[in-house]
Design a protein. Sequence first.
Length: 413
Amino acid sequence: MNVFELDRVLVNDYERFSRSFTRIRAADIRRSVDDIYASGRFWPEPLISINPHFERGAGIADLVKDGTLHPKTGRVFRVAGVPITLHRHQEQAVSKAISRKSFVVTTGTGSGKSLCFFVPIIDAAIRARAAGEPQRTRAIIVYPMNALANSQIKELEKFVEQSGLDARHRPTFARYTGQESAEERELISRAKPDILLTNFMMLELLMTRQNTLDQTVIMNARGLDFIVLDELHTYRGRQGADVAMLVRRVRDRLCPDKEPVCIGTSATMASEGSETKRAEVVAAVATRLFGTSVLPDAVIDETLERATDQSIKTDALKALLADVVNKGIVGDLDDTALWKHPLAVWIELEIGLLDKQTLSRRPPTTISGAARKLAEFTGCEEKTCRTQIEAMLTDAHGGSLWVLCRVDAKLVG
């Protein structure tokens, strides 16, 4: 599917639909309306962004080998029987959690933020079970939307089901968001799942309701080890104040004699200022929400690396790019060809990444903006540049390198 063509078709169809209700007879008014529609005022061109290549961290097998994770945790976090390799920010998050330090993960969309808390939480549950500790709820994960909880519980099911762990060591989890039947809630109260996935409104109800079932569910979490707020940026204003007070009450009731590990995740907490300043802002917000000190050095950001040949710089591509743009993309491109392909390199560096002292994401841009930029750089026609960029972003060229680089068109607005 060509996502750009799909966007054009959808917009054109909706324009015809929206204009079908009126017939303008005055020529001057009709021309004015036509001009406004032609300007793109009502449906601005969508933005594209490129999911970058994250710096690799330790593998789950490595963390098991050095004792950071329990061997049975290594059996949970596998894909097709092979232990996964973490991104660097995921490894940093696991290290913080294992050290019982609260932290916030501020990496971008598609960076695997959920593994930053699921890995250490699952590991804590497995260690407790192996040690024969009494069953209890050890982690409460709060999502701003039920859809997120529904999605995450399916991912947990995939990991745990393929682990092959026996019932004694297998970590358990349950969703408690108001979608559950009375029978399901009763089962959760008896089972005392290791992980409870909920939303802040249901957690508030669990803390205040007087019926025996809800009181049992919340008191199963006495001695709570982890409190997670996913999508931290959604808790602002009065709602943020409500959630901050809720977290304090949860801590006072469930873990008055110890500090739980508080974990927050967000892709859009702060975007202005230097990296240091952003970390300070995020740390201050997290401290207010959790009611515990979260220092700037506990704010974990993404670390990026090139997916294409890092020895190739944009300035060296002008002649090669002009030739590629004019001739078009020839044949299927394997990993080796993509790694050095001039247009792939240009897209990664000029649309995806900002290469300064460290690599960071560029702001999203329109396909027209990208085409104009390429045309100015190469001297080729803008229309031709647009065609080749779209072809590179959407055509099924190449293999695993293209998937790793994720140089694909992502319509974000």
